[in-house]
Design a protein around this ligand. Structure first.
Ligand SMILES: [Zn+2]
Length: 77
């Protein structure tokens, strides 16, 4: 058996049908799906919401600081 033939055989042995992995827990799921279960979907949606809230909180702090700096530069003239 030539080397390339053997390689082909080995690749066939380890052939895995097309599939995806759950975005949250990494479990193998049918291709085209994002989550393995409703629980994982809920978890990810909650995490996204939290991320968005964090972004807004950060934005708020940043704007607050900017306003404070503007006032400070105005009054410390
Ligand atoms: Zn999952």
């Amino acid at each position: 058996m030539s080397e390339s033939e053997e390689k082909r055989k080995r690749a066939k042995d380890f052939y895995i049908p097309p599939h995806s992995h759950c975005k949250v827990c990494g479990k193998a799921i049918p291709e085209g799906q994002i989550y393995c279960s409703k629980e994982c979907r809920d978890k990810d949606l909650k995490a996204q919401k939290r991320e968005r809230n964090m972004m807004w909180a950060f934005y708020g702090v940043f704007m607050g600081l900017l306003i404070v700096l503007l006032f400070a530069s105005y009054f410390l003239k």
